[in-house]
Design a protein around this ligand. Structure first.
Ligand SMILES: Cc1cc2nc3c(=O)[nH]c(=O)nc-3n(C[C@H](O)[C@H](O)[C@H](O)COP(=O)(O)OP(=O)(O)OC[C@H]3O[C@@H](n4cnc5c(N)ncnc54)[C@H](O)[C@@H]3O)c2cc1C
Length: 455
């Protein structure tokens, strides 16, 4: 079926406009290092960083779903559509994307060119792994479509390219059958070892639909297991007074609607509300809820706060993928050096090697499972201790991978031992031969490091 609102013809008109703008900017020699897709950005704002020097290219109109084919379980949508809108539309057909990032304002395009991980990643990897086709506007203003089969050299490099290869304008991705509710059970552990073993056991058993974990303290690990169910004896609501992540420390089970489950961390943007304690008080939440809570509001407020405060460095906001065999080592280091909880933990199984990773690094890193550890909001103001750099170094030593959404301090040599330069350059020379889009290392490899002190 085709949804009302946008047709392929409408879409082509929008894309022609974007392609024409790209050609004009290429003719003027003006770099396109910033896109405006309407929704809030999830890359971390970095003072003094030269990440976005130029005027944003407008992609706001690409906010519609083109088709949901319930029989083939496929969705075709424009890239600025948010996951909140996709979940609402697909659930109407009893379907869900295979991977739904937990914040409502993340866009389909941002999740592919940046990163995405969540509680279905133990089975499906990242959202991009469920994508079948991309439509791209290249740096020369051409419109190309590619798939894993038709053009793997381009298709596979779009993930993790952070807008440096092409603009992603339309995606086709797979859906799975859903149910109206999610039944959650929580299992609590007192050691990292027993928690990790239980998580691995659940991944191997492949019996539940969703797996993630929250480490509330060095001695309180909660494994969260979710199953799609048709009926629920009650449903909890975490969109106002109650705080989802805190509930996992005391409950043994819970029921949520499936949409609420997908965005269970959204109201508090995981635990960002801890930075403003009144936002965790029930009466304040009951009164001010929709105006102050929710990831979009909270991220906007935190941007404002970081602009007016005189913090030297932004808080550490970063997902790191640790080979499962080295999780215990990472956790011991994190507990002693980082001391920041809660820590969100998500098992992630890439369905294949990603060709944007350098082959030697891939060989040292490869594991049957990665454990994504999401560090959301650690202060980084100690003058002699730069936690972002310490994390980057530790993750490298453990052959793990760090997402590039925050501050990065890589030297070019280190960066290109992790990322596959020949593959990126091959895709760059085909998609952006004039260099209208930024260089990967220059855009994200060392960014936000300008005003920091050495560790
Ligand atoms: C506080 C916080 C919490 C997070 N929590 C989660 C989570 O729970 N689950 C999860 O999966 N991820 C999470 N993330 C990571 C998030 O999914 C990624 O940062 C993702 O890339 C954000 O997408 P966006 O749509 O907001 O894009 P943006 O943040 O606006 O952009 C990301 C990059 O992609 C480029 N870009 C965006 N759209 C396009 C396009 N259409 N074509 C070409 N380039 C484009 C931008 O220029 C930029 O370089 C979190 C991030 C933060 C900061």
């Amino acid at each position: 079926m085709t949804l009302a609102g946008v047709t392929q013809v409408d879409h082509e008109t929008k894309v022609r406009t974007i392609a024409a703008t790209m050609r004009e900017r290429a003719e003027r020699g003006e770099i396109v290092d910033n896109v405006d897709k309407g929704a809030v950005k999830h890359v971390v704002p970095l003072h003094g960083a030269a990440r976005y020097r130029h005027a944003p290219l407008n992609m706001r109109d690409l906010d519609e779903i083109i088709q949901i084919d319930a029989e083939r379980r496929i969705c075709v949508a424009e890239s600025a559509v948010t996951f909140s809108d996709v979940v609402e539309a697909t659930l109407a057909y009893g379907l869900l994307p295979k991977v739904v990032p937990e914040l409502k304002g993340i866009t389909l395009g941002g999740a592919v060119v940046g990163c995405s991980v969540e509680s279905m990643s133990f089975r499906y990897g990242g959202f991009h792994d469920s994508c079948l086709e991309y439509e791209l506007v290249t740096g020369t203003g051409e419109v190309v479509t590619c798939s894993r089969e038709s053009d793997p050299d381009i298709f596979e490099m779009v993930h993790g390219s952070y807008g440096t290869l092409a603009l992603l304008t339309r995606l086709t991705f797979e859906l799975i059958p859903a149910a109206p509710y999610v039944h959650l059970t929580y299992r609590t552990f007192t050691t990292a070892d027993s928690f990790h073993a239980a998580m691995r056991g659940e991944v191997a058993a492949d019996r539940v639909d969703f797996i993630d974990g929250i480490v509330h303290s060095p001695h309180r690990f909660v494994l969260c297991l979710g199953e799609l169910v048709d009926e629920a004896p009650y449903v909890s609501d975490y969109s106002r007074s109650k705080v989802y992540y805190a509930s996992t420390a005391s409950r043994e089970e819970d029921y949520l609607t499936t949409a609420d489950y997908c965005f269970r961390y959204d109201t508090d943007c995981h635990w960002l509300t801890r930075k403003v304690p009144p936002l965790q008080w029930a009466p304040v939440r009951a009164l001010a809820g929709p105006r102050l809570l929710g990831s979009t509001n909270l991220i906007r407020m935190s941007r404002l706060e970081s602009k007016v405060s005189r913090k030297k460095r932004p808080d550490v906001v970063c997902d790191v993928f640790i080979p499962s065999r080295r999780f215990q080592e990472f956790f011991d280091w994190y507990r002693d050096e980082f001391r920041f909880f809660p820590l969100w933990v998500v098992p992630y199984r890439p369905p294949r090697d990603y060709p944007w990773i350098a082959p030697d690094f891939m060989d040292s890193s490869r594991d049957d499972l990665y454990i994504d550890c999401a560090i959301y909001g650690r202060d980084n103001n100690e003058p002699d201790r730069d936690y972002a750099k310490l994390l980057e170094q530790e993750v490298y030593e453990l052959a793990g991978l760090k997402t590039l959404i925050g501050r990065n301090s890589y030297t070019p040599e280190r960066f290109w031992t992790i990322y596959n330069r020949p593959n990126w350059q091959k895709a760059k020379s085909r998609l952006d031969p004039l260099g209208v889009l930024p260089d990967l290392y220059g855009h994200v490899g060392r960014v936000g490091d300008e005003h920091s002190e050495a560790t």
